[in-house]
Write a protein that binds this ligand. Structure first.
Ligand code: F6P
Ligand code: MG
Length: 438
């Protein structure tokens, strides 16, 4: 049995956590403070801004990480899990913002913002302005995708044609993740983000999928009569649109009879999808003040509404997704686990979900995916990660592949070590859920 390696820590200059804690988090919070002017209601605005400023100060001062208060835990019982993890991590070494484990602290940061929200009864998504303004600028990519899915040939297709359509929309969903808003805090421009959205670019990017288990995923889907497919969503806006187009593809071709979308319950990692973001997107597709009027957008809006009304498309949420815990603990979240056992395939979108699948640990890059996801590999849940690489951890690579890509990234004029956090490469990694079959 492979020993489980240690976490990535924020004081390791070779970890992307190092610059995240020193540069990305402060930028994200500074933007949130500015946005509070328009997003937070006047009666609590000043207190909300003061709360965000205090979080920013604690990070910049590398303060000791404080547990949540009893009142905070009473308002949001999930925070008890955080306090439990924090106490246990503190037993190894006292956590401070710039030295502690990256994944735990990043989750703790967003849980703090939500605790502030609850304490003040502010009831806001502080990232909503940023979510909307970025989505609005994706108009060209949105129109292209809507047209594509609206004109999908749904006449009964033979198995080869179905496999092709499935691959294409999985690909669209995968690269939709390359556009997440947290990249903006790292200096990526809107134009660079938009350029990731076109069909041509997706084709070119195919060679950047370093591990591609799509054939095994397709075999998994076809091994059962058409049933339910789940998507554990990542970002709202363009990525959500790509995931909704994947859902339409699955339903309209009868590859699946139901698609369940799993959202976050609180504002999370800036751009993650909350249930209200699905509603907003549906509204925005038909809002002439948001996108230039386009019949393709209203057709897609109509199709999505129909699937929602018929219950074939479901919008779910669960507090488990915003705990600090790795997804190795999924079988302990009884109701969610029982529910997911009904699924033919669970698609995990994006970088953070991948970090949680692998525990965000220093796995050797050649470690099999089924080893890195630990007990999830024998949980009976068939899972696939669609992940563009935006953090340190990566598994399932061939011997020498990590270094080969690092050399390429160096030749592109970057610090080669950080290719893995650049968002330019991706992996599609599958576990059937039955460790014996692996
Ligand atoms: O701030 C860094 C980070 O949290 C990384 O986990 C990742 O690079 C990104 O932000 C979130 O990415 P995603 O939206 O794909 O989970
Ligand atoms: Mg995200």
């Amino acid at each position: 049995m492979t020993a489980v390696p240690d976490y990535y820590y924020n004081d390791d200059p070779k970890s992307f956590g190092y610059s995240t804690a020193r540069s990305r988090w402060p930028k994200i919070l500074t933007q949130a403070i500015a946005d509070a002017e328009s997003v937070v209601g006047a009666p609590v605005r000043a207190a909300y801004i003061a709360g965000l400023e205090s979080i920013l100060d604690q990070i910049n001062a590398d303060a000791t990480v404080a547990p949540f208060t009893d009142a905070d835990v009473a308002a949001n019982p999930s925070l008890a899990t955080y306090n439990h993890s924090l106490a246990s991590l503190n037993r190894q070494r006292q956590l401070t913002w710039q030295t502690g484990p990256w994944l735990y602290l990043e989750c703790h940061l967003y849980a703090m913002i939500e605790a502030l929200n609850l304490r003040l009864h502010a009831n806001v998504d502080i990232f909503s302005r940023l979510k909307d303004s970025t989505f609005r600028q994706s108009a060209a990519g949105v129109a292209e995708l809507a047209k594509h899915v609206n004109h999908l040939d749904t006449a009964p297709l033979d198995d080869d044609a179905l496999a092709l359509v499935f691959r294409e929309f999985i690909d669209i969903s995968l690269w939709g993740n390359a556009t997440d808003l947290s990249l903006l805090a790292g200096g990526t421009t809107i134009d660079e983000i938009k350029s990731l959205q076109g069909k041509q670019v997706r084709k070119q990017n195919e060679q950047n999928i370093l591990v591609n288990d799509i054939d095994a995923v397709w075999r998994q889907v076809r091994s059962k009569p058409p049933g339910r497919i789940d998507i554990v969503l990542d970002n709202s806006g363009f990525e959500l649109l790509a995931d909704l187009c994947l859902s339409v593809c699955l339903l309209s071709t009868n590859i699946a009879t139901e698609v369940h979308l799993h959202c976050k319950e609180i504002p999370w990692f800036v751009s993650d999808t909350m249930p209200k973001d699905v509603d907003s997107l549906l509204h925005q597709l038909g809002d002439a003040d948001f996108f230039p009027p386009d019949p393709e957008l209203t057709t897609l809006q109509h199709t999505l509404r129909q699937y929602l009304d018929r219950g074939q498309l479901k919008v779910d949420h669960h507090p488990f997704w915003t705990l600090d815990l790795s997804f190795w603990h999924l079988p302990e979240a009884n109701d969610l686990y029982e529910d997911l056992l009904e699924s033919n395939l669970i698609i995990f979108k994006g970088d953070l979900n991948y970090r949680k699948l692998t525990g965000d640990r220093h796995w050797d890059p050649t470690t099999p995916f089924t080893t890195a996801i630990q007990q999830l590999a024998s949980s009976k849940l068939p899972v696939v990660a669609l992940r563009t690489c935006k953090a340190d951890v990566v598994v399932g690579l061939a011997p020498g592949q990590w270094q080969e890509i690092a050399n390429k990234y160096t030749a592109m004029g970057h610090d080669g070590h950080f290719w893995v956090a650049s968002g330019k490469w991706a992996v599609i990694e599958f576990s059937p859920g039955d460790a014996n079959k692996v």
